[in-house]
Design a binder for this molecule. Structure first.
Ligand code: VG1
Ligand code: CO
Length: 543
């Protein structure tokens, strides 16, 4: 079957963001849009001749068609082999693991993660490198530059490849191996947490609800939680991946995972609740009547990770993204280990993990991970929690109260203003940025500003600098507000405001979160002038 060389012209706007290229599905389906981007990836990484790639996605609309195009293009570009998840399915952490396990040269993961899916929703594609992690900024820049110059792409003219049958096929001279998407990942999980202990926990009547949100973790959770660990059938809800995620947002937060929240706050709530996102790299943890902020979850996992076999020897260090609360810093401090602060997005953790400087890392947006892969990993976090619950025999609530009593509590919330007109969002951020230097010492409402700066990250491993990573203002007494623009939205701009207040008084650890954060929320609105500039009087999502 001949390889076709198709003449094309560069396409504007193929600039990958925090995690790959994310666009409306309709944009991805425009003539040559996907093909150009895939060719730009292949060229941007120095060609794929003789290389092996992992390919899979979160099962959203267009997943299978896009995989067919990618495979035909990989063959035409001279790849030796593509390893594809059966049915085109691979969670992001499972893909990261496969890249490492099979010593592949990289992987293409088809997902727009927490963004909704369907013909009228979003689609995405990201490239992960040899270490299994998101491409570095250098590589994403190469890819982006290539999108602006490319004038042809190569594609094999052949029939569709059967993605349903496990086994080996070929496309021209390239081998395509279809693999079980769950098996290797489950084996990895078994090597990290104590499956026997967790099995006993369930056997003794422990109850759980896992909301897969109609997304990719369904098959993983069914196999691991119910089949291997013996959780009752029905533990996993919304467990069959659907093309449009049941028309929901597969974003594991109290707003979008409402079905789970209602269960966890209702009568007869199970002992433990969790949810994961579109591509399976995030997790939300809920106890009976108790939502755990991702920042607190990271702190708890750091404090107790040694209870799981893989971390018995302790942690080399931890890392959190800048807007993530400083709860984990306090735990790291007491453990005597380093705590790194990185920009938002998983790629910055990769260098620290590769260099052995950290073992755990996490973000306020419900991403947590460890050195077992180079992506955040939703189900892994849930299993580590289960391991800790099994070892301590404590409830989620008791574990958190214990953590706060020891380290203090970082009250925390994030406000999202979505689809704001881009120029207004930029105007707001620029206005605030311009006056940062004058803020120190000023009183805003009841709070005194202690420091104000724009976060810039110097990578301690490769020495690279990433500037403009968010504006942060901290106040005397442990309050902090962070402002940044989202890099994953597909319409207008999303402004994120992160609020935090540390409380160490043991008598004040059980207050209402929003009341505690009111002064810092007021200060954030005064400082940014958000209402006047954007016309928005309330956030769209509060988590
Ligand atoms: C969001 C989150 C960030 C996360 C990113 C990718 O980015 O805030 O913490 O790393 O999504 O996660 P942003 O730029 O919109 O704030 V995923 O699971 O959606 O790939
Ligand atoms: Co995700």
């Amino acid at each position: 079957m001949p390889t076709q060389i198709v003449r094309t012209t560069p396409i504007e706007g193929q600039k990958p963001g925090t995690s790959g290229l994310r666009k409306q599905t309709a944009v991805f389906r425009r003539p040559h849009f996907l093909e150009n981007y895939v060719q730009a990836i292949f060229d941007g990484i120095g060609g794929i001749e003789g290389k092996t790639l992992i390919v899979g996605g979160d099962g959203r609309f267009y997943n299978d068609q896009a995989i067919q195009i990618i495979l035909r293009m990989a063959a035409a570009n001279g790849a030796t082999k593509c390893i594809v998840g059966q049915g085109g399915i691979l969670s992001t952490p499972a893909a990261s693991h496969l890249i490492r396990l099979r010593k592949a040269d990289g992987g293409l993961i088809l997902s727009a993660s927490h963004n909704p899916g369907g013909p009228d929703a979003d689609f995405g594609l990201k490239y992960n490198g040899r270490n299994g992690g998101p491409a570095s900024e250098r590589i994403t820049d190469e890819i982006f530059q290539r999108t602006a110059t490319l004038d042809f792409f190569k594609i094999a003219a052949c029939d569709d490849i059967d993605l349903t049958e496990i086994g080996i096929q070929s496309v021209e001279s390239m081998e395509v191996e279809i693999v079980d998407p769950v098996a290797d990942y489950a084996t990895l999980m078994r090597s990290i947490v104590n499956f026997d202990k967790i099995h006993n926990l369930f056997a003794n009547g422990f109850t759980m609800c896992f909301d897969a949100m109609h997304a990719v973790t369904g098959p993983y959770a069914h196999a691991i939680l119910e089949d291997m660990l013996g959780a009752a059938k029905g533990t996993v809800i919304n467990g069959i991946p659907s093309e449009d995620f049941g028309k929901g947002h597969p974003d594991p937060n109290p707003i979008w995972a409402k079905q789970l929240m209602d269960k966890m706050y209702g009568t007869d709530a199970p002992d433990f609740g969790a949810a994961s996102d579109g591509d399976g790299d995030r997790n939300m943890i809920v106890g009976r009547g108790a939502y755990i902020t991702p920042s607190d979850s990271l702190a708890l996992l750091t404090a107790k990770a040694h209870l799981a076999p893989a971390y018995r020897g302790g942690l080399a260090g931890v890392a959190r993204s800048m807007p993530t609360s400083r709860a984990v810093d306090r735990v790291a401090d007491s453990l005597g280990i380093a705590c790194y602060e990185t920009p938002t997005g998983w790629k910055f953790f990769g260098n620290l993990l590769d260099a052995g400087k950290v073992t755990l890392c996490g973000e306020e947006s419900a991403g947590t991970g460890s050195d077992h892969v180079r992506e955040k990993d939703g189900l892994w976090a849930v299993l580590l929690w289960l391991n800790i619950l099994a070892e301590t025999k404590m409830s989620v609530t008791d574990l958190m109260n214990d953590l706060w009593a020891t380290h203090g509590r970082c009250y925390y919330s994030r406000l999202d203003y979505e689809a704001v007109e881009s120029d207004k969002a930029t105007q707001m951020i620029n206005g605030l940025q311009a006056k940062l230097g004058d803020l120190v010492g000023q009183k805003i409402g009841t709070l005194d500003i202690e420091t104000a700066d724009e976060f810039s990250y110097l990578d301690p491993v490769d020495g690279s600098t990433s500037a403009n990573q968010g504006l942060r203002i901290s106040f005397v007494g442990g309050a902090r507000v962070v402002f940044r623009l989202s890099g994953t939205g597909t319409q207008g701009a999303t402004i994120r405001i992160y609020l935090e207040q540390l409380e160490i008084n043991p008598n004040r650890l059980q207050q209402d979160v929003m009341s505690v954060l009111q002064p810092v929320r007021d200060a954030a609105l005064i400082l940014s002038d958000l209402v006047a500039i954007t016309g928005r009087t309330a956030p769209d999502v509060i988590t």
